[in-house]
Design a protein around this ligand. Structure first.
Ligand code: ADP
Length: 211
């Protein structure tokens, strides 16, 4: 059992790496960006509120993001008929060897206040964060990658001006979160400037060293 938070500026490849790790180690993968995009795609009231904020590259309010995250982590307790749902965490109870034993969270926390909220959510589940992986990529390379991705992703927040804004927000709001985790000894920084498999190898070594 290991619970991991993965960090990276837009373009660092955190979503890609989180996906690869979830497959390799059979983790529950929770991406707050994906949860929000799902709400937008479904046209829910939450999605309608989030859409304009995301398109500007701003941070969606904690009320929305925390509720989505809590729902993903605690599916059973928020469902009217909890027994009808598969507990996303518990593989023994459901006799399913493929249930995830740990989780990887990508896109959260993005502020120190969100980091405190995450601790609270995990404490409620009697779990804790074991490792925080930060993927480090120089800014020039981030901009280059996002431009490349923009051509195929069709994401409304992948335009020049919005990209710069998202990168600035990451520096201002999210970098301090890394200091928060550095102090608690949970932080490992890996070089993410090379190819996807290179970064993946580095992250896997960091995970296996802690496991
Ligand atoms: P990226 O890392 O490339 O910005 P994400 O998919 O993680 O991509 O996030 C996309 C957008 O979703 C963010 O720009 C923000 O608007 C919103 N978002 C995702 N996670 C959070 C969060 N924890 N707090 C606030 N907004 C969030």
């Amino acid at each position: 059992m290991i619970n991991i938070v993965i960090f990276g500026a837009p373009g660092a490849g955190k979503g890609t790496q989180a996906q690869l790790l979830a497959e390799k180690y059979d983790f529950l993968h929770i991406s707050t960006g994906d949860l929000l995009r799902q709400e937008v795609a479904l046209g829910t009231p939450v999605g309608q509120r989030a859409q304009a904020i995301m398109n500007r590259g701003d941070l969606v309010g904690d009320d929305i993001v925390v509720a989505l995250l809590a729902r993903a982590l605690e599916k059973r307790s928020t469902h009217p008929d909890p027994d009808s749902l598969v507990d996303p965490w518990d593989r023994q109870r459901h006799g399913d060897p493929h249930r995830p034993e740990g989780c990887i969270i990508d896109g959260f926390p993005r502020t120190v206040s969100q980091a405190q909220t995450l601790e609270f959510l995990f404490a409620r589940l009697k779990r804790r964060i074991d490792l925080v992986v930060a993927i480090d990529v120089p800014r020039d390379e981030l901009v280059r990658r996002i431009h490349e991705r923009a051509a195929i992703s069709g994401r409304a927040d992948d335009t020049e001006e919005v990209i710069r804004h998202r990168l600035d927000l990451y520096d201002q709001q999210t970098q301090p979160v890394l200091d928060y985790y550095r102090v608690s000894g949970l932080l490992v920084t890996v070089d993410g400037s090379e190819e996807i498999p290179d970064t993946n190898r580095r992250i896997c070594s960091a995970i296996e060293a802690r496991w």
